[in-house]
Design a binder for this molecule. Structure first.
Ligand code: SF4
Ligand code: SF4
Length: 214
């Protein structure tokens, strides 16, 4: 599947789930092709040493997934999220606190993980415009653990267009936000910061406080 197909299919359906599925599919096809140049695997978690904020629709997907779990699983998850976790090196070797959802080098919300987590490890294309000259410069960003051999980076046509992905993600987040009866009087929008994004840490705190998991 090409990068364009991966993202254009998501526009028409306009659902967060479809966008997630498309990005994951794109990643797995890409990783199959470039396996020998990529270190991405279960248990490699340096890219999870970060404190993410996500779109409201992504936070809603996490809640939807969480409330579909059994009470035992929900309780285990919340207990885990409440534990304080040690800082560790990110992929660039800088010491960072881990994502609240990381445990034993695994993502505890893997099926509902945000879009950005599904694209980690891919070459990501983004643009920067020089305000003076108005010239647009293309950049590529990728995990320093991947494509370490000289000239191993795939050609530009294979990179994931981060700007386009962000646009699709914004569209997906414009869908009406579902109300979760399990969270009583709480509304997800209340967690948004000024950029209308939700901190994963705050989301986990609210779940621990409000979800009925006794
Ligand atoms: S993006 Fe980097 S740190 Fe994350 S799983 Fe892949 S190789 Fe590991
Ligand atoms: S949500 Fe999961 S995959 Fe994303 S940073 Fe957190 S632990 Fe890693």
């Amino acid at each position: 599947m090409t990068e364009e197909k991966a993202t254009s299919a998501a526009v028409s359906a306009s659902t967060q789930k479809l966008l997630h599925d498309n990005v994951s599919h794109f990643f797995s096809e890409f990783a199959k092709k470039y396996e020998s140049h990529m270190s991405c695997r279960a248990g490699c978690s340096c890219c999870c040493y970060t404190d993410l904020t996500v779109f409201v629709s992504e936070a809603a997907e996490i809640l939807r997934w969480f409330f579909s779990q059994t009470d035992v699983v929900k309780k285990e998850l919340v207990e885990n999220w409440k534990q304080s976790k040690k800082a560790g090196p990110d992929a660039a070797g800088n010491l960072q606190k881990p994502c609240v959802f990381l445990a034993n080098n695994r993502c505890t919300i893997y099926e509902a993980r945000p879009t950005i987590c599904r694209s980690q490890g891919l070459p990501l294309l983004f643009r920067e415009t020089n305000l003076k000259t108005k010239e647009t410069i293309l950049h590529v960003d990728y995990c320093p653990l991947n494509f370490v051999e000289q000239d191993s980076l795939p050609p530009r046509a294979e990179w994931l267009d981060l700007d386009r992905l962000n646009t699709l993600q914004s569209l997906a987040s414009q869908q009406p936000c579902p109300v979760f009866s399990e969270l009583k009087d709480f509304r997800l929008h209340e967690l948004c910061n000024k950029d209308r994004r939700v901190s994963l840490r705050r989301l986990s705190d609210e779940l621990a406080k409000r979800a009925d998991i006794t």
